[in-house]
Design a protein around this ligand. Structure first.
Ligand code: HEM
Ligand code: HEM
Length: 346
């Protein structure tokens, strides 16, 4: 009898232990069907062979505030590589202290997004880089003024020659964008999730693995997939239930502004989720400062599901496994202005 009781107890405990262990045996294999680990080195980009000279020039340009009309804003002002590649503001502040309309996404791993911006309106990073320099609320400059500024500093002219050796006139707005793209392609952050996908079982905690299982089971991964866990498809924000205007302001209709198609109203690119633990506040509106709250909103708005506290905790733990090793970026020393350098304005 004693033996029987012990056996029953052992069976019950075993059953409970099994039921309480939501990490399926085939977790990695299932994950590998949906996600891809980061490559071990930076990727190739279209029409822009990456060389050391281009990366070095691109880094100087990324940190140079003289690309802006006021001489105040560099790419790094809003994509601060010391703070997760973004600016930690609801929406960015640019030229003349203006508050822009959207939250700044991280520049880290952006090279893996299928298109750039919350609405995907730039096809790649070289197309993207020309936008902020000319945007009135960001850097408010003109291509001609940028080229004049760069040409006024002999060191920049040398660096452009080294980066684009076959060009007769290498200091151009297009080449500036290509160099910035080359530098941005090096901003990749391998994370515990990548180590796990590559076969290291110990790289993620049990809770992070439970969160990964939930992320796939619940359907988050149907939109946030691929190498960047997002950044690769467009969906209505509020697919099942539209969030209130305190999260989804009515005046920003997302891809509708790009395609002018009614079906694209409030459609946005599924946000890439690498390093999301570092990039509060969340959503294109930057209205949500807490990651648990952002996850719960996704549950109701995209899946029609009220996630439990434990489910949210586990998913947030999984998102923590996407926080990667930051690239080591040595702060560049920039060429000094000369008498020919246009003065800051505005
Ligand atoms: C978007 C890079 C300057 C604010 C982006 C993205 C990249 C990027 C790669 C797209 C990321 C993604 O879609 O996930 C750069 C570079 C800059 C620069 C290379 C310098 C040439 C700035 C400045 C500001 C800023 C100075 C702030 C004043 C933003 C905002 C977005 C954005 C708000 C999102 C805009 C939207 O989706 O409509 N930037 N950026 N950027 N950047 Fe920058
Ligand atoms: C944005 C997580 C399901 C589409 C986000 C953000 C997080 C997140 C944390 C904000 C990222 C940031 O601001 O940088 C999740 C989780 C999900 C889930 C944990 C499952 C519970 C989905 C689904 C879809 C989707 C199923 C598509 C139907 C989007 C879109 C955005 C986004 C379009 C950008 C929204 C905006 O414009 O601000 N997601 N997501 N998500 N997600 Fe999800």
């Amino acid at each position: 009898m004693k033996f029987l009781l012990a056996t029953v107890a052992a069976t019950v405990i075993a059953t409970v232990a099994f039921a309480a262990d939501p990490v399926p045996a085939d977790l990695r294999a299932t994950a590998l069907d949906i996600f891809k680990p980061l490559p071990s080195t930076y990727p190739a980009v279209n029409d822009n062979p990456i060389t050391k000279e281009k990366i070095d020039l691109g880094k100087a340009l990324f940190f140079d505030p003289r690309l802006s009309a006021s001489g105040v804003f560099s790419c790094n002002s809003c994509h601060n590589l010391a703070t997760g590649g973004d600016d930690n503001l609801e929406t960015s502040i640019g030229h003349g202290w203006q508050k822009g309309p959207r939250n700044s996404p991280t520049a880290l791993n952006a090279v893996f997004n299928e298109a750039q911006f919350w609405d995907g309106r730039a096809e790649d990073l070289k197309a993207q880089a020309k936008g902020p320099i000319q945007a009135g609320v960001e850097m408010a400059n003109t291509p001609a003024q940028v080229v004049a500024t760069l040409k006024s500093m002999p060191k920049y002219v040398d660096w452009f020659k080294a980066a684009f050796p076959s060009d007769a006139d290498p200091v151009t707005f297009d080449n500036m964008a290509k160099a910035i793209e080359a530098f941005e392609a090096t901003l990749i952050t391998p994370a515990p999730f990548d180590a796990y996908l590559n076969g290291d079982d110990g790289a993620m905690t049990a809770e992070q693995k439970e969160g990964l299982a939930l992320f796939m089971d619940k359907g988050c991964a149907s939109c946030h997939s691929g190498i960047n866990i997002g950044g690769n498809g467009y969906y209505p924000f509020g697919l099942i239930e539209k969030p209130g205007s305190e999260v989804l302001p009515e005046n920003d209709k997302g891809r509708f502004a790009v395609t002018a198609t009614a079906d694209d109203s409030y459609v946005f690119r599924a946000a890439p989720l690498r390093n999301v633990t570092l990039t509060a506040p969340y959503f294109h509106s930057g209205k949500v400062w807490n990651l648990r709250q952002a996850v719960a909103i996704m549950g109701t708005s995209q899946l029609g599901e009220d996630l439990s506290e434990t489910e949210v905790d586990r998913i947030v733990a999984f998102l923590g496994s996407l926080e990667g090793r930051m690239p080591e970026v040595v702060y560049p020393v920039l060429p000094a202005e000369t008498g020919d350098t246009p003065l800051p304005s505005g």
